[in-house]
Write a protein that binds this ligand. Structure first.
Ligand code: HEM
Length: 128
């Protein structure tokens, strides 16, 4: 197994990861029902995002956190998300960039989750 080398590898990672996400009983409906995601738009956007993160390309320009605020995400969903992401990386890649991608995913998930908690999003009876 080799490390993440180029955008083709990022594309493999992103497509394999979201295939798992779609199958997941908690995460799948957040994408396909709550957000009604257009996958033809979302997948290339996520390739741009990870390409920026790992190769410092400038292709993704966005503010990801705010896109998540209106979604029906629970605290535990981040653990599932990170678990699937880590599994996907480990199934395809091995090396420093693979490790870096997993660390980034964990850190960003923690940061999203902490900010949502501060926003009161996980409070009981939260209406959003
Ligand atoms: C429970 C965990 C998560 C769920 C359920 C989730 C779900 C979603 C959904 C449904 C969208 C599409 C929003 C829309 O187009 O309407 C989205 C966008 C996005 N997500 Fe997540 N996400 C999660 C965690 C993460 C994490 C940890 C990262 C970063 C490592 C991330 C990065 C992004 C980015 C970059 C976008 C694109 C935002 C844009 O439109 O510019 N997400 N996510």
């Amino acid at each position: 197994m080799s490390d993440i080398q180029n955008d083709e590898d990022i594309s493999t990672l992103v497509h394999s990861f979201y295939a798992k996400v779609e199958e997941d009983e908690r995460l799948g409906p957040i994408f396909n029902e709550a957000a009604n995601v257009d996958w033809d738009e979302h997948l290339p956007k996520m390739v741009d995002f990870w390409s920026k993160m790992i190769f410092q390309t400038k292709r993704y320009k966005g503010r990801p956190f705010r896109e998540h605020l209106p979604l029906p995400i629970e605290r535990d969903d981040f653990g599932r998300w990170v678990g699937l992401f880590t599994d996907t990386v480990d199934e395809h890649f091995e090396g420093n960039r693979a490790d870096y991608a997993k660390e980034l995913a964990i850190n960003i998930a923690n940061s999203f989750s902490t900010r949502m908690a501060m926003d009161g999003k996980f409070d009981q009876n939260s209406e959003d």
